[in-house]
Design a protein around this ligand. Structure first.
Ligand code: BGC
Length: 343
């Protein structure tokens, strides 16, 4: 069942709607037209008690004032582009350097702050559309973006992305949900598994150095589930740069989940599936309690963790990484599934 309501008005005066997708077990997902944002996911714990497992905001004002992309659709290029520039066929493009004036982070936030057009597809799906003009944030091509959200009966939220540009360009889309399966506190006790033998170490600007480093014997080894907090404060150069985990993992080929998370007290279990080659694990390290989130509670350090499925960061400048360039008229597609259950 899908219900549409008015959510609020942006500072610019645009009306924003909230769509609630609900299945027969009362699992519910709230999606905003602002940023095509997954605002809340209500799932039962092992005793049948429901909680919202996304850290974020309950007002539009919160999103506009405090957002670190909580729940948002991110693009055109999720994650970072070094120096805010790259070339395609010998033409250099300078894109928004919205991170400390040095890097382009999350495509300059255009998609995340746009108000998308929404359509109800059927009883469990909605589609959101946004057209980004040629040159937006410095990126080439007018691009038609589409994101479809489907809530299945097995409590899987499927997010399908597509984009078609009228010029050769780069596309890397993700969702930036901050999960907290307890619905409160921090996420350090969540037991996380990531099916990755390697990750991409970063420099001081959080740009991959180009090395594909084995996780073996490092705090980045999540191949067997372990509490996020176990090694997060280990003496490690990479953790020091990110103030915790803020790194891309190179996913192993598999039909199974690329990541799982289990919260022992509630018994809630999350499985993540994707057709993409990377995932950014970000453990909310830069949250410091000064921003106010849902229910007026401060967003504390490690309030949520993100599993941002993606192409590796800075791909347009790293020819050795899998590429995300699309030709004019070529359709970019990707799909990520977040499935909830209890154990
Ligand atoms: C980045 C973090 C950043 C966060 C919020 C993540 O994808 O890797 O460094 O703080 O997004 O912008």
């Amino acid at each position: 069942m899908i219900v549409k309501n008015f959510f609020g008005t942006t500072a610019k005066g645009e009306a924003v709607d909230i769509y609630t997708l609900r299945n027969s077990s009362e699992t519910a997902v709230d999606i905003l037209t602002y940023g095509a944002t997954v605002n809340s996911i209500y799932v039962a714990d092992k005793n049948g008690n429901f909680a919202d497992v996304l850290s974020g905001f309950d007002t539009l004002e919160g999103h506009e004032k405090f957002s670190d992309y909580q729940g948002m659709t991110v693009g055109r290029y999720a994650n970072r582009i070094a120096g805010g520039k790259f070339s395609i066929d010998g033409v250099e493009y300078n894109v928004e350097k919205n991170e400390k004036g040095i890097t382009c982070l999350h495509g300059g936030a255009e998609l995340s702050t746009a108000v998308w057009k929404a359509f109800i597809v059927d009883d469990n799906s909605i589609e959101m559309n946004y057209t980004s003009p040629d040159g937006a944030m410095g990126f080439p091509g007018k691009v038609d973006f589409k994101v479809t959200f489907t809530l299945h009966e097995d409590n899987a939220l499927k997010i399908e992305y597509s984009a078609v540009s009228d010029k050769k360009t780069v596309i890397n889309m993700t969702n930036h949900a901050y999960f907290n399966l307890a619905g409160k506190g921090d996420i350090l006790a969540h037991e996380l598994m990531i099916n990755a033998d390697a990750y991409t170490p970063i420099d001081e600007n959080s740009i991959p150095t180009g090395e594909i480093r084995s996780v073996e014997g490092t705090p980045f080894d999540f191949r067997t589930a372990k509490p996020i907090g176990r090694d997060i404060d280990a003496d490690d150069d990479q953790l020091a740069i990110g103030k915790g985990y803020d790194h891309n993992f190179c996913l192993n080929d598999s039909d199974g989940p690329i990541a799982t998370a289990y919260e022992p007290e509630s018994g809630r279990f999350l499985e993540v599936f994707t057709d993409l080659c990377g995932v950014q694990l970000y453990t909310g390290n830069f949250l410091d309690g000064t921003k106010i989130g849902k229910n007026g509670d401060p967003l504390i350090r490690n309030a949520g963790f993100c599993l941002e499925t993606q192409f590796y960061p800075n791909t347009p400048n790293m020819p050795e990484f899998p590429q995300c360039t699309v030709d004019a008229g070529e359709k970019f597609t990707s799909c990520t599934v977040f499935r909830f259950s209890v154990k």
